[in-house]
Design a protein around this ligand. Structure first.
Ligand SMILES: *Cc1c(COP(=O)(O)O)cnc(C)c1O
Length: 453
């Protein structure tokens, strides 16, 4: 069967990022945790350059991509859009399934789309070192790559359970010249406090974020770089959906359903927001589905509230669906999805009825990952298998209904560093980590009360 690939040329790399905030009726502002007032550029420049702080608060629809960033994007962008013909055939579905593949970047995921942009603005601002958190190591390796390109030191706090589960991601960061420590670590007050309480703590993205922000706040030449959740991160990822719009145009098709795996929400935002923008400005309607892990279901089980982005409470307060900043998710293999909250833009889109959310169990995701690998050839990252699971379920539903619709999903990364997890799944050793309502309720009881509310 012929491969059907829709490939754009270098000069079709988008020239601007698309900001959904311009088209949403309303978006709750981030709040300064001390004053309870909306966070300002002046507040944010403590940990990020002015350009990124401005993007974080911007309601401009289009923000120009710096030419240097576009030139680096050209190494792997425009990324290919494939029609999943062999998968369709294996499922026997009348659905037309497309996927946008972000695993061709040097780090193997969508995350360099923002890593490169953030490193660029930090370098311009005279910063010497970037500090960050990483779960499975996708973001840490992406920022390490960007640091190598721009001559910036990179310090990564890697969630302890992943540090041990994914030794090769760690090695990749070192290969790019970054330093990487297991979080919680003894290097920060935040890490030491957690370890004093629980020496065996497996870590979480929230804890690692606290450690990285602490470093950035204590050194004027160190900034924090976030891999997801923040508005400017979602913004940078919109090159994905803008390209997909053009590629589906080449296919003379338009998606009825757009699906993305949701951890902090950035690849879903990047793929879906340009389509939602079309819809909000009077164009085609799409169903957008966020696929999240059953063990860490912020969108389907979380509360909409102001909460911290990290565990210690150093970030501005973000209004989002949250399981509580003190919630430590079970050690599932999709480490990049182990986050207590979700991007405020994605949360608002869910509240506005612009998207739906669905929680899926780990083993059903690995099963979908195997089906995909055996039909389409690409071994997906465990995070991406969540989107594949939902895409397959939708394709099977359409088969049952005898209807043909177009499904587009985001294949956010490859799983070459996750083969240990695939081995365990194949050996029947992977179990589902259920949803722990009691632990979530305890964490929700810890939600901050914004000053003045
Ligand atoms: C980090 C990661 C995710 C989850 O993060 P989002 O911000 O929700 O996109 C999903 N897929 C891959 C491959 C990742 O590396």
């Amino acid at each position: 069967m012929d491969t059907i690939k829709y490939q754009l040329t270098d000069n079709q790399i988008p020239t601007s990022w698309y900001n959904l905030a311009a088209d949403l009726p309303e978006l709750a502002p981030a709040l300064h945790p001390g004053t309870g007032q909306p966070a300002t550029v002046a507040d944010l420049v403590a940990i990020m350059p002015k350009e990124l702080a401005e993007q974080e608060l911007s309601t401009e629809r289009e923000i120009e991509i710096p030419p240097v960033v576009r030139q680096i994007y050209a190494q792997w962008r425009p990324s290919p859009l494939f029609r999943a013909r062999r998968l369709e055939q294996a499922l026997g579905t009348p659905a037309r399934i497309y996927y946008k593949y972000e695993g061709g970047s040097p780090a193997g995921s969508h995350k360099p789309n923002t890593g490169i942009a953030q490193a660029f603005y930090n370098k311009e601002a005279g910063i010497r070192r970037l500090a960050t958190e990483t779960g499975a190591g996708q973001w840490g390796s992406s920022l390490s790559l960007a640091g190598a390109f721009f001559g910036l030191e990179v310090k990564v706090f890697m969630v302890k359970v992943s540090y041990h589960q994914k030794p090769y991601r760690r090695a990749l960061m070192h290969t790019y010249g970054a330093t990487c420590v297991a979080s919680p670590s003894t290097e920060t007050a935040a890490g030491r406090a957690i370890l004093a309480d629980d020496p065996d703590c497996p870590g979480s993205l929230g804890i690692a974020t606290s450690e990285a922000i602490e470093l950035a706040m204590n050194d004027p030449f160190t900034n924090y770089a976030g891999g997801s959740v923040l508005n400017h991160v979602a913004l940078h990822q919109t090159v994905i959906g803008q390209e997909a719009l053009r590629q589906l145009d080449m296919a003379e098709d338009y998606p009825d359903i757009v699906i993305g795996a949701a951890g902090g929400g950035s690849n879903l935002a990047g793929l879906a927001f340009p389509f939602l923008g079309e819809q909000l400005r009077g164009g085609h309607r799409v169903r957008v589905i966020a696929a999240e892990p059953e063990a860490c279901p912020s969108l389907t089980k979380g509360r909409i509230a102001y909460d911290f982005g990290d565990t210690t409470g150093l970030t501005p307060l973000l209004k989002m669906h949250t399981l509580g900043h003190s919630f430590i998710p079970p050690a599932i293999h999709a480490g990049g999805l182990r986050y207590h909250g979700i991007a405020p833009l994605v949360s608002q889109a869910l509240q506005d009825g612009l998207l739906e959310a669905r929680a899926v169990a780990q083993t059903r995701c690995f099963d979908a990952g195997l089906t995909f690998a055996r039909t389409e050839g690409i071994v997906p990252a465990p995070e991406s298998t969540h989107a594949i699971r939902v895409a397959i379920d939708e394709a099977l539903r359409l088969k049952e209904e005898g209807r043909s619709q177009a499904i587009l999903f985001g294949l956010s990364g490859h799983g070459h560093f996750d083969l240990g997890a695939y081995e365990r799944y194949l050996a029947g050793e992977l179990a589902d980590e259920g949803y722990d309502q009691e632990r979530v309720e305890r964490a929700l009881a810890d939600l901050p009360t914004p000053a003045g509310s």
